[in-house]
Design a protein around this ligand. Structure first.
Ligand code: ZN
Length: 241
C-alpha cells in the first residue's frame, strides 16, 4: 500500500492544492488526514470541502476541536485564539458537523494515526524529544505511529532500549523496530522551510518519505490579510516559522 498522509492544513487552500496536485501525479492507494484542517488560515470551508472527497479517513486536531467548541481556548496564544473564534464564526453547518464527528485515532495497515500523541490523544501533547517519545512508545502496540501537531517533521526509531531521532526526508524502517513519524505540515510549516509538506508511506518497501513543495505563499498571505486575521499569521508563512 502506498499511503499519502496529509496533516495540519490550517485552512491554507493554496498549500493544499499544491499537495493534492502532487498526490494526483503519483500512484497512491489511499489518502488520510491527521487533523487541523482549520485554524490560522482564511479558507476553512474550502479546505474541508476539497479534502473530504479525497481521503478515506481523518482524525480530529486541536484546532478543529477548538473551532467546533470541543476545546477551550485557554491554551491558545492570542493570535491562535483570535483565529479560532474567526473560524468558528466562518464554518458552514456542514463543515462543522464533519469536524465534530471525527475520531481521535484511526488505523491503516500496520499503522496507528493520531493528531498529537498516542498516549493521550485528547490532551494534545507534543512529541519533540526522545524523552517525550519514550513514554509515547509505551502507549501503542503497532510497529508505526504517524503524528502531526508540532509541524516539525522527523522520526523516532526504537530498537530495543535504544532510541534514535532523525530529521532526514526519508526513513527506511527496519523489521523488529518501531517508529513514531511526525509528518510535515501542509499549510503552516514551522521548521524554517516555508514549503508545503506531506508524507508518503510505502509499507511494502518500508519507506516513509517527507515531500516538500513550493506553493503560492503570497496568495495564502493575501487571503489571511483580506480576512482581517492577525497579520503575523500571514507573515509566518513566508518564513515557515
Ligand atoms: Zn496544527
Amino acid at each position: 500500500m502506498r499511503l499519502a498522509i496529509v496533516s495540519d492544513i490550517h485552512a491554507n487552500l493554496e498549500a493544499l492544492d499544491a499537495v493534492l496536485a502532487d498526490i494526483d501525479a503519483r500512484q497512491v492507494d489511499d489518502v488520510v488526514c491527521l487533523g487541523d484542517f482549520v485554524g490560522y488560515g482564511a479558507s476553512p470551508n474550502e479546505c474541508v470541502e476539497r479534502l473530504r472527497p479525497r481521503i478515506s479517513g481523518a482524525v480530529i486536531g486541536n484546532h478543529d476541536a477548538a473551532a467546533v467548541g470541543r476545546l477551550s481556548l485557554g491554551d491558545f496564544n492570542s493570535d491562535a485564539a483570535t483565529a479560532a473564534r474567526w473560524t468558528e464564526g466562518s464554518l458552514s453547518a456542514e463543515s462543522r458537523a464533519y469536524l465534530e464527528g471525527l475520531p481521535y485515532t484511526i488505523g491503516r495497515g500496520a499503522a496507528l494515526l493520531v493528531h498529537a500523541s498516542p498516549l493521550e490523544p485528547e490532551a494534545w501533547h507534543y512529541v519533540l524529544s526522545p524523552t517525550d517519545a519514550a513514554e509515547e512508545f509505551e502507549a501503542f502496540v503497532e510497529p508505526i505511529c504517524f503524528i502531526g501537531h508540532s509541524h516539525f517533521p522527523g522520526a523516532f526509531e526504537r530498537a530495543g532500549e535504544e532510541m534514535r531521532y532523525s530529521r532526514l526526508s526519508e526513513v527506511a524502517t527496519q523489521p523488529g523496530r518501531r517508529y513514531i513519524v511526525n509528518v510535515p505540515s501542509v499549510g503552516q510549516p514551522r521548521d524554517s522551510d516555508p514549503r508545503a509538506g506531506y508524507a508518503l508511506w510505502d509499507d511494502q518497501r518500508g519507506i516513509v518519505q517527507h515531500v516538500r513543495l513550493e506553493y503560492d505563499v503570497d496568495g495564502a498571505m493575501k487571503r489571511i490579510r483580506d480576512a482581517g486575521l492577525p497579520p503575523f499569521l500571514a507573515e509566518r508563512l513566508r518564513w515557515g516559522e
